[in-house]
Design a binder for this molecule. Structure first.
Ligand code: SF4
Length: 400
């Protein structure tokens, strides 16, 4: 990420912080306490997972539990069958699986329908925030990239960029019969799937003939009330809004009992809902004592406050595993401490600003440390890197 991108990232982060300051609700700390309790109860809870699966199936949702990445990819491919164009929405779990690249290698066309994700896909760029993936790119940079891709003149305005990308998304939505989305929560008591979004694209994707939902086993909540509580905290921390524009709760396919009280199913799309619950080492991590990291709801508030992330951007990341928390999770997932963990300043800002109070600096210390001398070395290294890049940013700002 270059200095211009870091500055754009900081500007976007500042506007989220401003919205948070304007929208902070009374009673928010009660909400976060409730979230902490519900995450503690749900993450790594095999019994609750089983209960959720039983109720989802009662609601007519086809559920798979994929223990490994390869298994999840094969299930999705089989469910896609002979279809060639797939539309999808933002999903961290599909990124973790490398789903798009996997399907493209099989000759399929996969089209992201979130504007930011579609831009990222076209530019083949790296994300910088879980909900605002192109936060670090200026309209000028985006216009240049998409103009080349579509072979069209594009003015450097957000309106023109969105108009052109949207037209492409709409034409692919018309062609596709299968939509893939993620999910923000699965509820055990009701057997429901919850999805939030601001753009409305998920409405279009989930109303294809077949809706495939791909999410992970750590997204289970006891009931809808707990899940909605999480969504309000997620929305506030990710965007500064009290609630996202849309919240969809799916508890089965469309049906009617209007004629003689006899159920007829599949009146409107989707006529089939498939849920792939991905484990991919999560149970192992929970058993090995790393349950804390799995409690993360992916709001990205830690990134807004991380001084290293605000200085070198997504250089302090690997793929879509962003910042200290992302790198810690990636290291546990791959069973090897990633070298970028050495860049953590252990300042504690992520912990202070995490709604779940996750102690990321402590997890990082345990992962990277071989003793007091190594921690001293990482302290020096991280601070030198930080001071160096901060100075470059300042010098450049003074020149302008
Ligand atoms: S402790 Fe590390 S990951 Fe957390 S905010 Fe500070 S530099 Fe970032």
């Amino acid at each position: 990420m270059n200095n211009e991108e870091v500055r754009a990232l900081r500007k976007a982060f500042d506007s989220v912080k401003e919205r948070q300051a304007q929208n902070l609700l009374e009673g928010f700390s009660d909400r976060t306490k409730r979230l902490i309790l519900s995450r503690d109860l749900c993450v790594g809870n095999e019994e609750l997972l089983e209960h959720a699966i039983v109720n989802l199936r009662k609601n007519g949702i086809k559920v798979y539990l994929a223990r490994e990445k390869k298994e999840a990819l094969e299930i999705i491919l089989e469910e896609i069958g002979k279809e060639k164009t797939i539309v999808k929405s933002k999903s961290n779990v599909t990124k973790e699986l490398g789903l798009t690249k996997f399907l493209e290698k099989k000759g399929l066309i996969v089209v992201e329908t979130d504007i930011g994700d579609r831009i990222l896909q076209i530019l083949d760029a790296k994300p910088s925030h879980p909900t605002g993936p192109v936060t670090h790119l200026s309209a000028k940079e985006i216009a240049k990239g998409i103009s080349k891709y579509y072979d069209l003149p594009v003015t450097q305005t957000p309106e023109d960029i969105v108009k052109i990308v949207k037209a492409d998304i709409v034409s692919n939505l018309e062609k596709a019969k299968i939509g893939i989305t993620g999910a923000n929560a699965i509820t055990a008591e009701e057997g429901s799937i919850l999805m939030t979004h601001n753009e409305g694209n998920i409405h279009e994707v989930m109303r294809k003939e077949k809706h495939i939902v791909v999410t992970s086993i750590d997204k289970i909540y006891q009931d809808i009330e707990d899940a909605v509580n999480m969504i309000k905290i997620l929305s506030f921390n990710a965007t500064g809004s009290i609630i996202p524009s849309f919240l969809d709760i799916i508890s089965g396919i469309s049906k009617t009992a209007d004629v003689e009280k006899k159920f007829v199913k599949g009146i409107h799309n989707p006529s089939e809902i498939v849920l792939v619950l991905v484990d991919n080492k999560r149970s192992d991590l929970a058993r090995k004592g790393f349950k804390e990291l799995l409690k993360c709801i992916g709001c990205g508030n830690c990134l807004l406050h991380c001084p290293m992330y605000n200085t070198i951007g997504n250089e302090y990341a690997i793929e879509s595993y962003l910042g200290g928390k992302g790198l810690a999770y990636y290291s546990l997932y791959t069973d090897e401490p990633h070298e970028k963990l050495e860049l953590c300043l252990r300042c504690g800002k992520c912990r202070e600003n995490c709604p779940l109070e996750l102690d990321i600096p402590e997890i990082i210390k345990n992962l990277r440390s071989t003793g007091v001398s190594s921690e001293f070395y990482y302290f020096l290294k991280s601070h030198m890197v930080w001071v160096y890049y901060q100075s470059l940013l300042r010098l450049e700002a003074e020149k302008k």
